[in-house]
Design a protein around this ligand. Sequence first.
Ligand SMILES: [Zn+2]
Length: 486
Amino acid sequence: MTSGDNLTPEQRFVFDYVDRNAKAIALTGDNIFYFGELGMQEFETAALMTDLLEKGGFKVERGISGFPTGFCATYGSGGPVVAIHTEYDSCPDNSQVSGVAEQKFIVEGAPGHCEGHNVNAAVLIATALAARQAMDKFGLKGTLKVFGGPAEEQLVSRPYFVRDGWFDDVDLAFHNHIGGEFSATHGVLQSALISATFTFHGETAHSGVAPWKGRDALDGVVLMDMGLAQYREHMRPEMRAHRVITNGGDQPNVIPRTAAVWWFFRDQTADGAMKLFEQAKKIAQGAALMSNTEVTVDVQSAVWPLRCNQAISELLQRHIEAVGTPEWSAEEDALARALQAKANAKIDGLKREIPPLGYLKTPRTSANDAGDISWKVPMAKFYYPSNVPNINFHHWAGGVTLAHSIAHKGAVAGSKAFAAAVVECFSNPAVLAEARRTFKEELGGVAYKSMLPADQKPPVALNRAIMDKFRPEMKKHYLKERPQFS
Ligand SMILES: [Zn+2]
């Protein structure tokens, strides 16, 4: 921790705001943890977030770009326009009890947070409210826009927001994400991704009596799978293609008339992901030919790689260093070590140091649907330490700290640095000038163009059946106490 003596008045103000509201920040994340809502079904979550923003003086537009659980909340007017955004969806089959270093279900089979998007939401709200208070206090001109992006796990919402013009007037953007350390990295962090469902159409028949009369849609799915498996030989190591069969027919004695497979295709560039997708479409056509079926393709999302602007990353790094890592207790460190041991990860407890500003030239194989924003305007993403280092997300172990003091302390630290960085965008014109200059160099002449089909509509029914099945049981675990910021 740094001594308070070196802080600017703006930093001191937002740090005090965040400390004063530490309980509300914890309760925001914890409420959303127990909502445990999957992408496109974050109704309780979005209601809580927009309610807090409205109470805090923001003007809220709900349902943006046709996303029932998406929103844009605005405070202030004129330039500069600073956008902050994050996600708040959970994952299927990861309902994990908080604070225990072993797999233990809240509701077996139910969705749950196992990455920390619940804490992302809490940090976003605290940052918005702190920055808005600081804008008033210091008479700062400009507009703060807060975007809620549904269904990050399906990479769905933010490419639609960008395509539909929600970022046309934005000057700078920030994305906050949970991690095992408190850090910022510039460069290209994450890969491009295309998400598409391939539906094969055939004809039913009695599988025992007259199978030759049927045209088996599931054969189309299986043959497409074989074709892509064969094509993997020719993929570069950084490319990825993975799938789930979302409709494999109903019962063995009826030849399936329809069958569907949902694929994700990843590569380091938008162009590369698109080429892989085009190849997959050829393979699907081949599978349809072989199985005497027809195939239709539905693009659910198409995401550019996520890049982080150098100037904004440097700004974040400065404020991260001014905040420092949380002071972890012996109990918190012991839980982290027990979890690392149980998950067969490197056992080194919680981080007590801030890494220097990182730089990545080639992206990781993960993706985030914020990628499109980062080609439209200078954007940076930072990680705050609410999870345990070396633990993989989308696994029960990723859920253990998410409604625990580790998450709470990490969220306080993250909100302080985030709010201070956002406020400096309004108080220091050099930030925007330098971000614009470096952004132009970083793009290197690549022209951004949305990869989403122009008429593509958001998949609003996504995950509805799973949430309908589990929500009644999950509701029994909702918290009674709601957050109140002051
Ligand atoms: Zn995430």
